[in-house]
Unconditional design. Structure first.
Length: 134
């Protein structure tokens, strides 16, 4: 199983609603959890399997205005590492891939987009938006 799913979000933590953050976690964290739980019984029965989680460099090196995205990927990383320890004696291995910034269409995923609602100057937001676009 390759869990390669992702929704991006650029926005200030204080201005991101809990609903927006929940949608992001539903995609970036709970989606892979659901898929993993679906395949584990079969892998356990055959005593072998590989599960790969695609995370992000932001999962271990957070960036400004990407707090909830970083948190969702950090949660995924904790899950992957714990799962590997839980299942390795059963012949099931979990691996984590943490790619850096690259050009993708993740910024077009509107289900997880936050906005900056205040006109307050935000040093670094331009870099965060550019990085999110790849």
């Amino acid at each position: 199983l390759v869990n390669n799913v992702g929704g991006g979000m650029v926005g200030a933590i204080e201005e991101t609603s809990l609903e927006q953050a929940q949608r992001l976690f539903d995609v970036n964290f709970f989606g892979p959890v659901r898929m993993t739980q679906a395949v584990l019984p079969t892998m356990r029965a055959q005593r072998s399997g590989r599960i790969v989680f695609i995370s992000s460099i932001v999962g271990f090196l957070p960036a400004p205005f990407m707090g909830f995205y970083a948190a969702s990927k950090h949660a995924l990383e904790g899950l992957a590492e714990s799962l590997d320890h839980e299942t390795r004696t059963l012949g099931i291995r979990a691996a984590l891939v943490e790619p850096g910034f690259m050009r993708t269409n993740i910024g077009e995923n509107r289900c997880c987009r936050a906005v900056l609602s205040t006109p307050t100057p935000r040093p670094g937001i331009g870099r965060a938006r550019t990085s999110a676009r790849g």
